[in-house]
Design a protein around this ligand. Sequence first.
Ligand code: KG4
Ligand code: ZN
Length: 355
Amino acid sequence: MRDGVKSDSSRPGADTLVLGIETSCDETCAAVVRGDRTVLADVVRSQIDEHAIFGGVVPEIAARAHVEHADRVVAAALARARVGFAELAAVAATAGPGLIGGVMVGLMTGKAIAAVHALPLVAVNHLAAHALTARLTDSIVFPYLVLLVSGGHCQLVVVEGVDRFVRLGTTVDDAVGEAFDKTARLLGLGYPGGPAVEARAVGGDPARFALPRPLVGRPGCDFSFSGLKTAVRQTVDAFGPLEAGDVADLCASFQAAAVGALADRTANAAALFRRRWPAGRALVVAGGVAANAHVRARLAEVAAAAGLALVAPPPRLCTDNGAMVAWTGFERLALGLTDALDAAPRARWPLDAEA
Ligand code: KG4
Ligand code: ZN
């Protein structure tokens, strides 16, 4: 430990450095973030090539790839940030929810670093990290409403504090990112599906295929995407070989239906949020699907209609990354919310224990 650097070590502040490690799905990530909201390094090693031939993430392959690359990704992040372990104030690692093998690898890596360098450990909830990213990028204040949309999750959550979440709604079946991925698979567009479907939808006719928009127009904030997914499959089966123009039209029609459902449910949540949390001013969109330009544009309209500002972090901080974990680590460290070295990895870990 260098003299002076940590003399005020009990009080995390603008110059506090936190290492974040994320391994809950198919990206091995490490980042160094400073308390003044500077991302000093953010290294993401994607496993797309390892999983592409299977058309989706294979948990066992993901876990092995994390084992192989975690140390190197951490070293790369520290080197890029020009920071040594001794200058860190804490190490944060995703402890769930996610694919358990990968979560174990990242959490063990974080624990080893914490033990060897006598650093506090912060066991981070992956969903909280997505939800708190907007405070890293836009320094927004609590409370705010988050639409969390990824490959595994589709929820509307009010963030009342670093450790306080109230879930307003969730999917009753599939996550919206999963629907994008399955649509891409049905159309032979490869993996990951979201960006492929978005790209193919450009220039397509969103009104060509009438696809269901489950729950739209009904009260409440829950989602359902399995019916939409089935309708895409039936359309593909009924149609026979699809020309490029048909694929574009189907992608555009699917995207319009999915985004329409997101917008409808989010509008209900925004109205509820305005009533029950009158101090709230922002709607945040987080998670991998938030990288979609069409999703952002529709949510901007929903936010404006509800008198809220839309906050959408840049796409690279919407998909999985280490910076969101490091930032959550900093926020929790600042509140004294650190964890013991026996913190358990968790495949399931709801944000709102009461939901
Ligand atoms: O947050 P994330 O990186 O990992 C999870 O925690 O799931 O989200 C990945 C999901 C995948 O389903 C992917 O297809 C989707 O986000 N996604 C997109 C786009 N980019 C990523 N979906 C729609 N449009 C995109 N541009
Ligand atoms: Zn994620």
